[in-house]
Design a protein around this ligand. Structure first.
Ligand code: ADP
Ligand code: MG
Length: 701
């Protein structure tokens, strides 16, 4: 297998090896300069690359190419063109020019633009992102050459998730390089950010999935009583894999490997039917593309195995939801991780400065980070009764917290706590060195050895947004730091003072305790940390004066782009809740209410026939059941009418006001409808219940 894996890894990618094999030396060198140093690309180079790419793709059976892009829907989009062009004698030629590689022109009018473009101005462009390699995709449509692209409007505004991410990566690089120069590292030309996203997901049986309109339309169950067993036994986390699941994972891994995705870790997660896949980290841009592909591959492969892959943040109430831990660090082009503390962090001034910058960035812009992890699904996790909390804080661990305390209290850090040896008390088990710090699973933003782990991101979200925000806020602080330090007379003194001042001022963001506790919520409020409870409440931060200045200064978003994105977010929220509410109305009126009426009628008939046969028989149990059922049915019917009315009212509103109405009126009304139906599920004859239950979905995979 080991040999086979190395054979298949990256076979579907136009990667460095393939480029070296197939491109003239000069072309390769020019392309590499653009990829590595961000230099402008010569159109002549594009022609040569396009031709080589086409030959490679056709040899592998490709008939079509597509510009693969990431509109603001959060998923990917593509339009396929075949390579054919007419030739004399009724024949065809297979062609692909540099122009076709560099620029595409899909009709942009049906993608969200937040008012950036009137519908009659449909022009949008896709532009080749040569920093992320092209790849082949094989499916029922045949083999398609996919070219990662950015997507923008006729007037140049970004209409996608990739463009701002690329801009933010440049901003971070520029500012980090300025700081490194001050430390004498003139050899560093660029700094990139590495990202490793851990992807959580659920797998359920496809046939059962197809019987649940809520799963089909909204990706989550909108009704469903808790089964007798949930996740309380803690027997699923890291449990041995069922055969059907291992077969799925094996195929997902193979597909990922062929696409050059470094699929590495897989295991069962906390909730029943929940699993995780983590790749080895990569440059943010490629990690983002790969994560989109991982999600696509998972859905496709699940289908082949008679399974449905649920990427929703909260497919089931009452058990854990799914997130995507975004592991993030900064690395120089010379291979040095700027967040690596080394063995003695107290002596590592450069590390402490970058650490201080991240602390300040996260504290100053906690609201923007919170926003970057907001979507309607994540509202069920963040700040609801499940982790992580909606309050942003940073976990540093014992060792770093101690170094910072020394700095703050005495002005000087003179030691770093060490991990020591771990002895389990069994002679045959070798002793080993343990880490200097334990982990903390409850922190939304945790330092984990040589990287930060942003744990708030939702499982279905593109990681482009969170990383765009993270890069920009850190770039901004580094830029202020560089301004100050470049002017300093004595660099050593200035940098020491700056670190001390920064960590002192931003101590409030550091929290090493239990982030899930109620005490923390109270404590965080005392510290003045924002606790933004929902997506709708988070959106205004995007267009705050602070955000406009920040993103504008680093050329990540213009004010117009920010406003359009806020519009899109409001709209996305309203549409999502509208679909959920309408699905509930449909399921309640066409499935649940008729089933309950059938049950109630059979109870009534049974009471009557028993009474006829044995007039003095005790039918009190049936009568009680009938009364309870009828009363719950009445509550459900009342809730159904109310919800229907609210949805109609919501349709008359728009923008922020509409989203707010969905959040504060429609959303709670959905819970009011759900409650009696879930109670009825526990009473009504299983044979009559019209949809598979939580027990069927979660335990019968
Ligand atoms: P855990 O669940 O214990 O946090 P995993 O192995 O599931 O660990 O995931 C850790 C993720 O962090 C992986 O994707 C890994 O490649 C990534 N990672 C490791 N080091 C770095 C780094 N320096 N920068 C960014 N990501 C990293
Ligand atoms: Mg993990």
């Amino acid at each position: 297998m080991a040999e086979k894996l190395t054979d298949i890894f990256g076979v579907d990618v136009f990667n460095e090896t393939t480029m070296i094999e197939r491109l003239p030396k000069k072309t390769y060198a020019a392309l590499k300069k653009t990829i590595q140093n961000g230099e402008d690309l010569d159109p002549a180079v594009a022609d040569v690359v396009a031709n080589a790419m086409k030959d490679w793709a056709i040899e592998r059976g490709a008939t079509h190419f597509t510009h693969w892009f990431q509109p603001m829907t959060g998923i990917t989009a593509e339009k396929h063109d075949s390579f054919i062009s007419p030739a004399p004698g009724g024949k065809i030629l297979m062609e692909f020019s540099g122009k076709e590689l560099i620029k595409g022109e899909p009709d942009a009018s049906s993608f969200p633009s937040g008012g950036l473009r009137a519908t009659f101005e449909a022009r949008g462009y896709t532009a080749w992102d040569c920093t992320s390699p092209a790849f082949l995709r094989e499916d029922a449509a045949g083999v398609t050459l996919c070219i990662p692209t950015a997507f923008c409007s006729y007037t140049g505004e970004a209409l996608d998730k990739k463009t701002p991410l690329l801009r933010s990566m440049e901003a971070l690089s520029d500012q980090a390089v300025r700081i490194l120069k001050l430390f004498g590292h003139d050899e560093v030309k660029t700094v990139s950010c590495s990202v490793g996203p851990e992807q959580e997901y659920f797998l359920v049986d496809k046939a059962k999935y197809l019987k649940r309109e809520d799963l089909i339309f909204s990706g989550r169950t909108l009704f469903g009583a808790m089964p007798p067993k949930g996740q309380e036994m803690e027997d699923h986390y890291f449990g041995s894999l069922k055969e059907r699941i291992s077969a799925f994972m094996k195929e997902v891994n193979e597909e990922c490997w062929k696409l050059g995705i470094l699929a590495k870790t897989q295991h069962n997660e906390v909730a029943p039917a929940q699993h995780e896949l983590a790749p080895i980290y990569n440059t943010a841009n490629i990690a983002t593309d790969h994560n989109q592909l991982v999600m696509e591959v998972m859905k496709k492969v699940a289908n082949r195995h008679g399974l449905a892959c649920l990427l929703h943040e909260k497919p089931f109430a009452g058990v854990n939801g799914s997130g995507k831990h975004d592991n993030w660090s900064m690395v120089t082009d010379t291979g040095k991780n700027l967040l690596d503390p080394g063995k003695t962090p107290h002596e590592n001034v450069q590390f402490l400065l970058f650490l201080a910058a991240v602390l300040k960035a996260v504290d100053d812009h906690a609201d923007l980070l919170r926003l970057s992890a907001s979507n309607p699904g994540n509202d069920h996790r963040l700040g609801a009764n499940e982790a992580p909390p909606a309050i942003i804080s940073v976990f540093l661990g014992e060792q770093l917290a101690d170094v910072l305390t020394q700095l703050i209290e005495t002005g000087e850090a003179t030691s770093s706590k060490q991990g020591g040896k771990l002895n389990i008390g069994v002679h045959t088990i070798p002793e080993f060195k343990k880490d200097a710090t334990d982990r903390n699973r409850t922190s939304p933003f945790a330092f984990t050895g040589n990287k930060f782990e942003f744990r708030m991101v939702g499982s279905s979200m593109s990681i482009a947004g969170p990383n765009t925000t993270l890069n920009t806020i850190v770039a901004d602080v580094l830029s202020d730091f560089a301004d100050e330090l470049e002017k300093a007379g004595n660099f050593d003194v200035a940098v020491h003072d700056l670190i001390k001042k920064t960590v002192t001022e931003h101590q409030r963001i550091v929290f090493n305790g239990n982030g899930y506790s109620d005490e923390w919520v109270a404590e965080a409020e005392k510290r003045g940390l924002p606790n933004i409870k929902s997506m709708v409440e988070a959106i205004p931060t995007m267009v705050s004066e602070k955000a406009v200045k920040l993103f504008g200064k680093h050329n990540v978003f213009t004010e117009v782009e920010l406003h359009s994105r806020a519009e899109i977010e409001y709209e996305a929220y309203s549409k999502t809740i509208n679909i959920e509410a309408k699905t509930m109305i449909e399921m309640a009126s066409k499935l649940y209410v008729p089933a309950v009426i059938k049950y109630a009628s059979s109870l009534a008939a049974s009471i009557n026939s028993i009474k006829t046969a044995v007039p003095d028989a005790d039918v009190s149990v049936q009568v009680d059941l009938l009364k309870e059922t009828s009363s719950l049915l009445a509550s459900a019917k009342a809730a159904l009418s109310a919800l229907t009315g609210y949805v109609a009212t919501a349709a008359e509103k728009e923008g922020a006001e509409q989203a707010d109405y969905f959040r504060t009126v429609v959303f709670p009304a959905m819970s009011v409808l759900r409650a009696p139906i879930d109670d009825l599920e526990l009473i009504v004859d299983k044979e009559l219940w019209p949809v598979p239950t939580y027990g069927d979905l979660l335990f019968e995979v």
